[in-house]
Write a new protein. Structure first.
Lengths: 368, 308
């Protein structure tokens, strides 16, 4: 048996849409078998993972709150991956963004604001700006090392994730620890002026979701409608042609890293100022890594990423439900997501090649 | 410093370097064939979980090591199918493999958290092992350490002294030309990926069976990624991989000792040393070779779909 790949003259447009769906279906089927092997009814598990989170208002909000940072980070990463640059350190940029924005919140703690009115409305925008800028700055390290010294951005961006996590850990246990916090490793709780407001009274959905949607829309616009976006797409489609067109490799690298770092940093501070409301040793359940899956599952296009983020958020919330209701381990969700990414990448082949399975062993080879 | 301490430090450096050598030497072969497998961390951590599970079930460290190798092979086969068979993107597939491996290792190891085993037995030769310094350093290790040394020598011989190794390196440099010459590009690459997986699985099994020796989720703690950096750092040369791994093992041990000594530095800074050292090593390397070209296999990371 031999697997032959014959390049298609042009990518098939409907397979482009169908292949992630096929991959998802295959992942669900394999997941079903795995669940059955763990002694749980696959139908029941499917309901818990994919239907139950959508049946109640609070869990729908949870899905939206999880999907927002994932989609925002993944939109930034799509710029990198389209340009064949591999920022896999979004997790670190997320953490640094949350830390920097959190520092602003702590520094302004108890501030009376400007003037007699006590204007504190500037604090939240300052936090968001600090988070975004910190994310950009942190992403500049691997980008500059690549541009100036030719160091692989893959390894440096990943190594910096560990550095960022340790930095946050140090700050929260050291300089930023709440002096009245009974030695718990956490900062003071932020003032209301430093929190993202809830969208509806008494609900968990907060302003981070529209901020993320705005960021994703902006990303989509830049990618589709600007010269820079065109450069990114051109380099992805044909690096040689882009070189002849005179697009600067260095500027592109710095640009896409700035976008992805900024998006991750913004997502980080939105998480801290939204759901958490203080700094803790851990502020991310792996958003930066999961966003990589989201980016590819969404085929590196903002609308697809939005959809993919919802699906992945659904499985994550569903996974938490499955852990409680069905005693299924959380690692099952992670394995499922890794499998899904692998299948999406494999299914990608269908859009670029005609796949032929040619029968024949050594005898057939000798004949040919 | 007394004699005993020097001896102890050298031995710990060697044990800290062993998992890095094992994982990096396997990845080196895969990369020499032109395949960049970023899934080392995933294969390693699944190897650690599977190795510990099998060893606990059977009571045999050898079978445990085989289990670890098997787990690495399984994930590597999946990766090979995707990237070599289906010409999928290698970077993204490697990331998928890491995420999958971390998830699966949690599933496999769930029942074994908190359990302890005796570490893998150490070699003991009468007279020789009792020699001062040289004894424990050369004749007092477990089988994994010797396997690592053997693999470095074997891979060096294979790549530079055998015909098959020459073909493998040629394929890693130019898949189109070697395909035209009639070499089996995809078969060789698939086998190289499998070898990398087996080595990563063995490295993981070493962690859970000899180094710690217990299983805890995510216990590889980025060693797979450091192994990847080591291959770059070593300019794709087996002997330099071993030297680099010893350097990193030294940095790790130094950090542990500094933490114990309480120098007043924050523990987090010391914990960040291996990662910062990796970045610095890559920077130093690229500063050093500014005038020369890159020594990376020319076709590294590029997909190959043969035109018939």
């Amino acid at each position: 048996m031999r697997l032959d790949l014959l390049p298609r003259a042009r990518p098939s447009p409907w397979l482009d849409l169908l292949s992630p769906a096929l991959a998802f279906l295959a992942a669900v089927l394999i997941g079903g078998v795995a669940v059955a092997a763990l002694g749980v009814s696959p139908v029941q598990a499917f309901v818990t993972y994919f239907v139950a989170p959508l049946s109640e208002l609070w869990s729908i909000q949870e899905v939206a709150l999880k999907a927002a940072p994932l989609a925002l980070i993944a939109t930034g990463l799509a710029f990198c991956y389209r340009a064949n640059l591999w920022n896999i350190g979004a997790e670190g940029q997320f953490v640094v963004g949350g830390l920097a924005g959190g520092c602003v919140a702590i520094a302004t703690q108890g501030s009376q604001g400007f003037g007699s009115q006590g204007f504190t409305g500037w604090i939240l925008p300052a936090m968001l700006a600090a988070g975004t800028l910190a994310g950009i700055a942190f992403a500049m390290i691997p980008a500059l090392l690549r541009v100036k010294l030719g160091v692989s951005e893959i390894l440096t961006s990943l190594m910096l994730v560990y550095v960022a996590q340790l930095l946050l850990d140090y700050m929260v246990r050291g300089p930023l620890r709440d002096p009245n916090g009974f030695n718990f490793p956490q900062s003071v709780s932020f003032d209301d002026a430093a929190r993202l407001p809830a969208l509806f009274e008494g609900e968990s959905l907060h302003a981070g979701v529209p901020i993320a949607l705005f960021g994703i829309g902006l990303g989509a616009l830049v990618l589709a409608r600007t010269l820079f976006g065109f450069e990114v797409r051109a380099v992805g489609a044909s690096p040689r042609a882009a070189g002849f067109a005179g697009f600067s490799d260095a500027r592109l690298t710095l640009g896409v890293f700035a976008i992805s770092g900024g998006a991750a940093g913004l997502a980080g501070i939105c998480e801290v100022a939204g759901r958490i409301g203080q700094l803790q040793p851990e502020i991310s359940p792996g958003y930066g890594f999961t966003a990589i899956i989201v980016a590819f599952l969404g085929r590196l296009s903002p609308p697809g990423i939005l959809l993919a983020a919802l699906v992945i958020a659904l499985t994550t919330i569903g996974g938490e439900g499955a852990q409680i209701d069905l005693k299924l381990p959380l690692d099952l969700t992670r394995a499922f997501q890794g499998l899904l990414l692998g299948l999406v990448l494999g299914a990608d082949v269908l859009t670029r090649y005609h796949v032929r399975l040619v029968p024949g062993g050594p005898a057939a080879k000798a004949a040919s | 410093m007394s004699f005993d301490i020097v001896q102890m430090v050298l031995v710990t450096v060697l044990t800290a370097a062993t998992p890095l050598i094992l994982a990096a030497i396997g990845e080196l072969v895969a990369e020499r064939a032109g395949v960049l497998n970023l899934g080392v961390e995933g294969m390693m951590v699944l190897g650690a979980a599977m190795g510990f599970a099998v060893a606990t079930q059977t009571g045999s460290t050898l079978l445990g090591a085989c289990g670890g190798v098997g787990a690495g092979l399984l994930l590597a086969a999946l990766f090979g199918l995707l990237t070599v068979g289906l010409a999928a993107n290698q970077v993204a597939s490697g990331l998928a493999l890491t995420i999958l491996g971390l998830g699966l290792s949690g599933l496999v190891g769930a029942g074994y958290v908190g359990m302890k085993r005796d570490p893998a037995p150490h070699l003991h030769l009468p007279v020789l092992s009792d020699l001062p310094v040289v004894g424990p350093l050369l004749f007092g290790h477990d089988a994994f350490v010797y396997a690592a040394a053997f693999l470095v020598a074997g891979v060096w011989w294979f790549l530079w002294r055998s015909r098959a190794g020459l073909s493998l390196r040629a394929i890693g440099d130019d898949h189109t030309a070697t395909h035209a010459l009639g070499l089996k590009v995809r078969k060789v690459r698939f086998l190289a990926v499998l070898f990398g997986g087996a080595c990563a699985g063995l490295a993981g099994a070493y962690l859970s069976l000899a180094y710690t020796p217990f299983w805890s989720p995510g216990m590889t703690a980025g060693r797979g990624w450091i192994a990847l950096a080591l291959v770059v750092f070593a300019s794709w040369q087996p002997v330099r991989v071993a030297a680099g791994a010893l350097l990193f093992g030294g940095a790790t041990v130094l950090q542990l000792h500094a933490q114990a000594a309480g120098l007043g530095l924050p523990g987090q800074l010391l914990s960040a040393v291996p990662y910062l050292a990796t970045i610095l090593a890559l920077v130093a390397l690229s500063l050093g070779r500014r005038q020369g070209g890159s020594s990376a296999p020319a076709a590294l990371g590029r997909v190959f779909a043969p035109s018939r």
